[in-house]
Design a protein around this ligand. Structure first.
Ligand SMILES: Nc1nc(=O)c2c([nH]1)NC[C@@H]1CN(c3ccc(C(=O)N[C@@H](CCC(=O)O)C(=O)O)cc3)C=[N+]21
Length: 285
């Protein structure tokens, strides 16, 4: 079997066109969704993602601003800024780019963002709502993955989904969303003993480990759906996934590439969440 590729860049372009129409409608009602991105320090990868977010926002007509702070910024200074953004009626979504410098505790920052402006979906209140299946901001990468699966009408109900990785921003929430779709979910992580056998049992395999090409054909069942969340920068500067694409695409039924897979969808879902925040805060449906 040669897998069908789920192109996140193309799907993102379609979704952005739909959002553009929606944003035009909101603008006619006097509402322009606004996203504020806060970048602390000068991590080159972060800068590149932030640029991608600005470009995508522009395409949809969402307005965005970037606040850049030096890497020496204290936790108090950042929390103070977040308070101001929480109170600023013109700001609908707040995203503080992670990771943060060592002197700043990420959890303090995540919890300081008002849950109604938490377009990353990282606030404990929104994570709780996701767990109980209430309407809330879903974390962007997991939301993007579910959107990709639905775009191909891939059945999740009753399927065995295996998530490799248990980070708070990808592994744990994507497993929860798959469970909400009635999949049977198994998590694998660095302490898992028989990862290969478990992975090879998956109907839907989510690779979010952060190790280039770790998932080879041996980890994949014939006909499985393989979602690659890895974004590994190679020595030559190119991005590559956690999945060994060339070998796995011969076995899988569907596969996502890197680049042009999950990455662009993450940004697209951020914009969706920004529109949701703007509507929620202004009471427009
Ligand atoms: N508060 C917060 N929220 C985030 O959502 C967040 C974050 N911090 N910190 C960093 C990670 C990473 N991330 C990516 C977004 C888009 C691409 C993306 O669009 N990648 C393109 C390629 C981009 C390139 O070539 O550099 C692709 O895969 O095709 C990748 C990675 C969001 N993150």
């Amino acid at each position: 079997m040669t897998a069908q590729i789920i192109n996140g860049k193309e799907l993102s372009a379609e979704l952005k066109q739909e959002m553009k129409v929606e944003v035009e409608g909101l603008k006619q009602k006097g509402l322009t969704p606004h996203l504020t991105v806060v970048l602390v320090g000068d991590n080159p990868a972060s800068k590149s993602y932030v640029k991608g977010k600005e470009k995508a926002a522009e395409i949809t007509g969402i307005s965005s601003s970037l606040i850049e702070l030096p890497s020496s910024t204290s936790e108090d200074e950042l929390l103070q800024l977040i308070n101001e953004l929480n109170d600023d009626k013109s700001v609908h979504g707040i995203l503080v780019q992670l990771p943060l410098p060592d002197q700043i505790r990420e959890q303090q920052v995540i919890e300081a963002i008002h849950p109604d402006k938490d377009v990353d979906g990282f606030h404990p209140s929104n994570i709780g709502k996701m767990m109980t299946g209430e309407d809330t901001f879903l974390p962007c990468t997991p939301f993007g993955i579910i959107t990709m699966l639905k775009s191909k009408a891939i059945e999740m109900e009753g399927k065995h989904a295996v998530v490799i990785g248990r980070s708070n921003i990808v592994g744990k929430p994507v497993g929860q969303l798959l469970l909400n779709e009635n999949a049977t979910v198994t998590y694998c992580h660095s302490k898992t003993k028989n990862m290969k056998e478990i992975a090879a049992n998956a109907d839907i395999l989510i690779a979010a480990i952060g190790k280039a090409h770790a998932i080879t054909a041996e980890y994949v069942k014939e006909g499985a759906v393989v979602i690659d969340v890895g974004i590994n920068r190679q020595p030559d500067g190119k991005l590559t996934g956690d999945v060994d694409f060339e070998s796995v695409k011969e076995i899988a039924s569907y596969i996502t590439p890197v680049p042009k897979g999950v990455g662009p969808m993450t940004i697209t879902m951020l914009l969706k969440n920004t529109i949701k925040a703007a509507k929620g805060l202004s009471g427009i449906e």
